[in-house]
Design a protein around this ligand. Structure first.
Ligand code: MN
Length: 141
Protein backbone atom coordinates (compact mmCIF):
# COMPACT_ATOMS: atom_id res chain seq x y z
CA UNK A 1 0.00 0.00 0.00
CA UNK A 2 1.40 3.41 -0.93
CA UNK A 3 1.61 6.21 1.64
CA UNK A 4 -1.43 7.93 0.17
CA UNK A 5 -3.76 5.25 -1.20
CA UNK A 6 -6.15 6.24 -3.99
CA UNK A 7 -9.80 5.57 -3.17
CA UNK A 8 -12.58 5.76 -5.77
CA UNK A 9 -15.87 6.80 -4.18
CA UNK A 10 -18.90 5.83 -6.30
CA UNK A 11 -21.84 7.69 -4.76
CA UNK A 12 -24.70 9.59 -6.38
CA UNK A 13 -25.66 11.71 -3.36
CA UNK A 14 -23.65 14.93 -3.47
CA UNK A 15 -23.72 15.51 0.29
CA UNK A 16 -22.48 11.96 0.93
CA UNK A 17 -19.81 12.43 -1.78
CA UNK A 18 -18.44 15.55 -0.11
CA UNK A 19 -18.62 14.11 3.41
CA UNK A 20 -16.91 10.86 2.42
CA UNK A 21 -14.22 12.65 0.40
CA UNK A 22 -13.45 15.17 3.14
CA UNK A 23 -13.13 12.50 5.83
CA UNK A 24 -10.81 10.41 3.64
CA UNK A 25 -8.69 13.36 2.48
CA UNK A 26 -8.28 14.57 6.07
CA UNK A 27 -6.84 11.11 6.85
CA UNK A 28 -4.34 11.27 4.00
CA UNK A 29 -6.17 9.36 1.28
CA UNK A 30 -6.38 10.60 -2.31
CA UNK A 31 -9.99 10.52 -3.54
CA UNK A 32 -11.56 10.12 -6.98
CA UNK A 33 -15.32 10.68 -7.21
CA UNK A 34 -17.93 9.18 -9.52
CA UNK A 35 -21.69 9.81 -9.41
CA UNK A 36 -22.76 6.74 -11.36
CA UNK A 37 -21.47 3.59 -13.06
CA UNK A 38 -20.59 5.36 -16.30
CA UNK A 39 -18.45 7.92 -14.47
CA UNK A 40 -16.88 5.15 -12.41
CA UNK A 41 -15.79 3.32 -15.57
CA UNK A 42 -14.30 6.58 -16.91
CA UNK A 43 -12.30 7.15 -13.70
CA UNK A 44 -11.07 3.54 -13.81
CA UNK A 45 -9.77 4.02 -17.35
CA UNK A 46 -7.67 6.96 -16.09
CA UNK A 47 -6.12 5.38 -12.98
CA UNK A 48 -6.52 2.32 -10.82
CA UNK A 49 -7.51 2.88 -7.18
CA UNK A 50 -6.44 0.61 -4.35
CA UNK A 51 -10.01 0.45 -3.10
CA UNK A 52 -13.48 1.36 -4.34
CA UNK A 53 -16.24 2.51 -1.97
CA UNK A 54 -19.38 1.48 -3.81
CA UNK A 55 -22.80 2.91 -3.04
CA UNK A 56 -25.27 0.06 -3.62
CA UNK A 57 -28.11 2.31 -4.77
CA UNK A 58 -27.08 4.23 -7.89
CA UNK A 59 -29.11 5.61 -10.79
CA UNK A 60 -28.84 3.32 -13.81
CA UNK A 61 -26.61 0.31 -13.17
CA UNK A 62 -26.63 -0.29 -9.39
CA UNK A 63 -23.51 -0.73 -7.28
CA UNK A 64 -23.72 -4.51 -7.03
CA UNK A 65 -24.17 -4.92 -10.79
CA UNK A 66 -21.17 -2.64 -11.34
CA UNK A 67 -19.18 -4.69 -8.80
CA UNK A 68 -19.98 -7.92 -10.65
CA UNK A 69 -18.89 -6.29 -13.89
CA UNK A 70 -15.58 -5.06 -12.43
CA UNK A 71 -14.86 -8.45 -10.83
CA UNK A 72 -15.49 -10.18 -14.19
CA UNK A 73 -12.92 -7.92 -15.92
CA UNK A 74 -9.26 -8.99 -15.43
CA UNK A 75 -8.20 -5.32 -15.58
CA UNK A 76 -10.23 -4.42 -12.48
CA UNK A 77 -10.87 -7.76 -10.73
CA UNK A 78 -8.06 -7.29 -8.19
CA UNK A 79 -9.38 -3.97 -6.82
CA UNK A 80 -10.88 -4.28 -3.34
CA UNK A 81 -14.51 -3.12 -3.41
CA UNK A 82 -16.38 -2.19 -0.24
CA UNK A 83 -20.13 -1.60 -0.46
CA UNK A 84 -21.76 1.43 1.13
CA UNK A 85 -25.25 0.43 2.09
CA UNK A 86 -28.08 2.26 3.82
CA UNK A 87 -29.79 -1.06 4.44
CA UNK A 88 -27.71 -3.02 6.93
CA UNK A 89 -30.29 -5.76 7.15
CA UNK A 90 -30.03 -9.54 7.15
CA UNK A 91 -29.12 -10.71 3.67
CA UNK A 92 -27.34 -7.52 2.65
CA UNK A 93 -23.93 -8.79 3.65
CA UNK A 94 -24.47 -11.98 1.65
CA UNK A 95 -25.60 -9.94 -1.37
CA UNK A 96 -22.52 -7.72 -1.30
CA UNK A 97 -20.18 -10.69 -0.84
CA UNK A 98 -21.88 -12.65 -3.63
CA UNK A 99 -21.36 -9.66 -5.95
CA UNK A 100 -17.64 -9.66 -5.14
CA UNK A 101 -17.37 -7.00 -2.43
CA UNK A 102 -14.87 -7.55 0.40
CA UNK A 103 -17.56 -6.36 2.81
CA UNK A 104 -19.69 -3.34 3.51
CA UNK A 105 -19.82 -0.17 5.58
CA UNK A 106 -23.23 1.07 6.70
CA UNK A 107 -24.48 4.54 5.86
CA UNK A 108 -24.67 7.10 7.31
CA UNK A 109 -20.93 6.73 7.87
CA UNK A 110 -19.43 7.26 11.32
CA UNK A 111 -16.94 10.05 10.58
CA UNK A 112 -14.73 9.07 13.55
CA UNK A 113 -14.28 5.41 12.64
CA UNK A 114 -14.73 5.52 8.86
CA UNK A 115 -11.07 6.01 7.83
CA UNK A 116 -10.06 3.19 10.18
CA UNK A 117 -12.64 0.89 8.61
CA UNK A 118 -11.27 1.70 5.14
CA UNK A 119 -7.69 1.08 6.33
CA UNK A 120 -8.72 -2.29 7.72
CA UNK A 121 -10.05 -3.37 4.31
CA UNK A 122 -6.86 -2.10 2.65
CA UNK A 123 -4.72 -4.17 5.02
CA UNK A 124 -6.42 -7.44 4.06
CA UNK A 125 -4.75 -9.83 1.61
CA UNK A 126 -5.48 -9.21 -2.07
CA UNK A 127 -8.89 -10.24 -3.34
CA UNK A 128 -9.44 -13.43 -5.26
CA UNK A 129 -9.47 -12.37 -8.90
CA UNK A 130 -12.08 -14.91 -9.96
CA UNK A 131 -15.59 -13.61 -10.59
CA UNK A 132 -17.90 -14.00 -7.62
CA UNK A 133 -20.04 -17.11 -7.58
CA UNK A 134 -23.69 -16.39 -8.13
CA UNK A 135 -25.21 -19.80 -7.48
CA UNK A 136 -28.36 -20.04 -5.42
CA UNK A 137 -26.66 -21.68 -2.44
CA UNK A 138 -25.17 -18.34 -1.47
CA UNK A 139 -28.64 -16.92 -0.96
CA UNK A 140 -29.62 -19.44 1.70
CA UNK A 141 -33.15 -20.71 2.02
MN1 MN B 1 -27.20 6.23 -3.71
Amino acid sequence: MSAQPLILVVEDNEVNQLLTASVLEREGFIVDLAGDSTQAMERLRERTPELILMDVQLPGMDGLALTRRLKANPATAQITIVALTAHAMTGDREQTLAAGCAGYISKPIDTRSFAGQVREFLSRPAQDARPARTDAKLNGT
